[in-house]
Design a protein around this ligand. Sequence first.
Ligand code: SIN
Length: 286
Amino acid sequence: MDYSRIEVRPVAGALGAEIAGVDLTRPLDDHAFAEVHRALLDHLVIFFRDQTLTPEQHKDFARRFGALDVHPYAKGLPDHPEIIPVTKEADDRGGNFGGTWHSDVTFYEKPALGSVLYALEVPPYGGDTLFANQYLAYEALSDGLKQTLDGLTALHNAARSYGAGGRAAQRQAQGSKSMAIDIREDSEQTVEHPVVRTHPETGRKALFVNHVFTRRFKGWTEEESQPLLDFLYKHAVRPEFTCRFRWKPGSVAFWDNRCTQHYALNDYHGFARRMHRVTICGDRPV
Ligand code: SIN
C-alpha cells in the first residue's frame, strides 16, 4: 500500500507497524487521518513514538475513530472518566492489568473497536505488550474446524476479571493499590458473540474468543466447551501470529480490538509502569 503523508514500517510478519510523520497533539487533517486509519486496518496495531499528549489530545485523537467508552469497572481519571490509568506501582508484587491474552471488553454487547494506550512511565526493561493477529489464527485452521466454528456462538462475561474471586479481586487481596477497580456481581451478566466474526471494515473473518471473557459455547456445557476453547486459546497466539512492542515514554499503541488479542507482560517487578488507555466504542460482532 502506498502512503504519502505517513511512513509505515512493519515490525513483524504477522501484524504491527510503526508510524512516523504524525504529531498526535494536533488534529489530523482528513488525508492524514485516512492514511492512519488505513494503516490500522492493514497492520491491526500501529505504534507511534515520541508523543507528548495531554489527556484532551489523547481523547481527541481517539475520538476521530468513534465515541469513547467509560469502563464499567476500572475507574478513569477524575476529570477524564474515559481515560483509564493502567498502572503498576514499583512496590506492587502482584499481577497486572491486562496480563493475560485477551481482547478488550468482549463482555459488552458491542465490544470495543480499539484502544489507544499511551506510555507515561515505563520500566528500564520489561513491560512489553504482545499482540496476536486473529485473522491469521482463523485462516490457519483446517476447513473442518472452520466449518464447525462458523456456526458457533460463545458466551462472554467479565466475572473472571471483575467478579468476586476474579483477577482484580485477587490483586486487591494481595495488597495491590495500583488501580481502582470495582468488583461487582453484575460481572456475571453474559452476552453472546459469534466465535468467528467478520470485520465490519475489512470483511475478513477473525477468531473471536479469549481466555479472559469467553465462558463456553452456546448450547454446550462449560465442561464440553473447555477442551476446544483451550485449543483455540493456544492456537490463537502461536508465535508466528504475534508481534511484541517495546515501550518508551511517549510511545502510543493503537490496536484494532476486532481482530487482535493482546497481553501485557508482567516482568518488571520493582519498577513502576504508568500508561493511559482510551477505548473506542465498537459495534455488535456479526
Ligand atoms: C490492556 O490490556 O489494556 C493493558 C495493555 C498494557 O498495559 O500493555
